[in-house]
Design a binder for this molecule. Structure first.
Ligand code: PLP
Length: 305
């Protein structure tokens, strides 16, 4: 038994027609807490639980925090999530629905995270949102499921925030003998920490995040993301906030699934005419995201240029 579920793998007719290629979707949006995060976070929480952890601490007001809250509730382990004041009411409400104790502290994630660290007592486990080998091992299971289904993609499209999903998918590709299958790593222009690191040749810290794709808002990627880029074919792509938002709306119409702009970024590349022309069978990781509402996406679309 795992905390995450096996998600559907479907061939998307609308996306295949848009791309002129066979586009496969791994529907991580259907995980019980709305995103792929449960794969890695669930695995990490299970390992810590088996080692006797009695309390989980997270500092993510987004999908990582939600996954910790869900995992804790399922395992009977209390969860504290420290979030900054900027966290939306919706996100706090979702965390409370999972019975997490929500502590609001500070004006930035850095401040919330600093307080969270002080709450990690002996025997407690802090669950990082993207920088932990336990997470990558858990995320890799999504590639195992694709291999078990007998589908061999010749490219994988995914979104990058801190690079945990990228690290896990690369681990999964390599352990299934698919070391030659390139990853198209998509970020929004205002949250392009992997792109900046690839250009510099080392990890760099962005001065600020300026994107509606809040789940991609890591100022610096995990070092492992750079290891992946060196050891595996990874191509960086950037899309605008507008393209990510329009992809959310279009995907809702096409597949009746609402995702965050963070996921819309990957979808935007798949919808972009010609972007997948080099490939025949493309796997898109529909990473999901639970914190966006349709009203929010429509309001953002009026704001962005
Ligand atoms: C966390 C998250 C991402 C980015 O994942 P990283 O592991 O931080 O790169 C993308 N989309 C959604 C919906 C997420 O929750």
């Amino acid at each position: 038994m795992t905390l995450h579920i096996h998600t559907p793998l479907i061939e998307s007719r609308p996306l295949s027609l848009a791309a002129g290629r066979n586009v496969w979707l791994k529907l991580e949006a259907l995980q019980p807490c709305g995103s792929f995060k449960l794969r890695g976070v669930g695995h990490a929480c299970e390992v810590h639980h088996a080692r006797g952890a009695r309390h989980f601490v997270s500092s993510s007001g987004g999908n990582a925090g939600l996954a910790v809250a869900y995992a804790g509730r399922k395992l009977g382990v209390p969860v504290t999530v420290v979030v900054p004041e900027t966290t939306t009411e919706r996100a706090k409400e979702l965390l409370r629905l999972e019975d997490a104790q929500v502590v609001v502290h500070g004006s930035s994630w850095q401040e919330a995270n600093a307080l969270a660290q002080t709450l990690v007592g002996p025997g407690d486990a802090f669950i990082h949102p993207f920088d932990d080998p336990l997470l990558w091992a858990g995320h890799a299971s999504l590639v195992d499921e694709v291999a078990e289904a007998g589908v061999r993609p010749d490219a994988v499209v995914l979104s990058v925030g801190g690079g945990g999903l990228l690290s896990g998918v690369v681990e999964g590709l390599q352990r299934n003998g698919w070391s030659d299958v390139p990853v198209l790593a998509v970020e929004t222009e205002g949250a392009a920490s992997l792109h900046a690191a690839m250009q510099a040749g080392h990890s760099v810290e962005l001065e600020r995040i300026a994107s509606v794709a809040t789940s991609l808002g890591a100022k610096r990627v995990a070092d492992q993301a750079l290891v992946c880029v060196q050891q595996h074919p990874v191509h960086s792509h950037l899309v605008s906030d507008r393209a990510a938002l329009e992809a959310c709306e279009r995907f809702l119409r096409d597949h009746r699934v609402l995702v965050e702009p963070a996921c819309g970024a990957a979808l935007a590349l798949a919808y972009a005419p010609g972007a997948l022309a080099q490939y025949q069978n493309v796997l898109v990781v529909v990473c999901g995201g639970a914190t966006a509402t349709l009203e929010q996406i429509q309001a953002w679309l009026k704001q962005v240029d």
